[in-house]
Design a protein around this ligand. Structure first.
Ligand code: HPA
Length: 279
């Protein structure tokens, strides 16, 4: 681990992961969060130790279809990784502060970088269903922040700067990986809502004015916690639909999962190449 902050950041869940892996434990360089319908990459992890979230102390357990809910430690393209296959969401009634645990566990295990993925609606008609979008910034309209409450100075500062939340070097590496794979990678601003309802057409028109390129119900809590504890962050949205009012389709979660599968194969190729180039 590179600094004292990661050393002091012990979580019961990280201890449980070390114990489960036993002699096979290798500190991950990278954490990878796989969102709705995007969990397939976890199956490519070699030398894997897989642990259901329910067995990890403090881990919020989500209940959404399309989320496996397990942590997988191992190697991907030769790089030690910890993969979080599925995530819990605010809309499940999980307190924002509980959402901090998985990200802090990734840091406590020794990772320095966190790569987040999600399924999102697009406000940019050129980035339609099945396309990928690297995030370069966010707008938090969730009405919540997992860092609210007493601050533990051993983990990170009370007030966290977000000017460079989405790491430029990592984003450049994502674009290079996408180009090497011949895959279009759009770039834009992610606007986070609490959900679980999809947006109204009027909300989407307003979000467009605010500067949003994609809209979704996750990721921002993890970015906030990651930046607080010193993880570098990259994030990619798999676009599953044009946002409400911009396309003809009726938005449903089933539809989200179906279209996530279209983007998932491309996302896996980009991420494998990204991880390989990182080594
Ligand atoms: N809105 C919010 N969250 C989403 C969407 C959307 O259109 N698509 C996938 N997740």
């Amino acid at each position: 681990m590179s600094d004292t902050r990661a050393k002091t950041l012990t979580t019961a869940a990280a201890d449980a992961v070390r114990e489960a892996a036993g002699d096979a434990f290798v500190a991950p360089r990278l954490g990878l969060v796989l969102g709705s319908g995007l969990g397939g990459l976890a199956d490519s992890v070699e030398h894997a130790t897989a642990i259901p979230y329910a067995d990890l102390p403090g881990f919020p357990v989500g209940s959404v279809v399309g989320h496996a809910g397990r942590l997988v430690l191992g190697t991907l393209e030769g790089t030690p990784v910890v993969v979080l296959q599925g995530r819990a969401h605010l809309y499940e009634g999980i307190p924002a502060s509980d959402l901090a645990v998985p990200t802090r566990t990734v840091r406590a295990l020794g990772a320095e970088t966190l790569v987040l993925t999600n399924a999102a609606g697009s406000l940019n008609p050129e980035a339609g269903p099945g396309e990928l979008m690297a995030l370069n910034d966010h707008i938090n309209l969730m009405g919540a922040n997992p860092l609210m409450g007493p601050n533990d100075d051993a983990i990170g500062p009370r007030f966290v700067g977000l000017g460079d939340a989405y790491d430029l070097d990592l984003r450049t590496a994502l674009h290079a990986a996408a180009e090497a794979e011949g895959i279009d990678l759009h770039e834009g601003v992610y606007l986070a809502v609490a959900g679980p309802s999809f947006e109204t057409p009027a909300e989407i028109r307003a979000f467009k004015v605010l500067g949003a390129d994609a809209v979704g119900m996750s990721t921002v809590p993890e970015v906030l916690v990651a930046r607080h504890c010193g993880l570098r962050v990259a994030a990619v949205s798999a676009i599953t639909n044009l946002a409400e009012g911009l396309g003809a389709e009726v938005l449903t979660h089933e539809h989200t999962l179906q279209n996530a599968a279209r983007a998932a194969e491309k996302l896996q190729r980009v991420l494998r190449r990204f991880v390989k180039d990182l080594a």
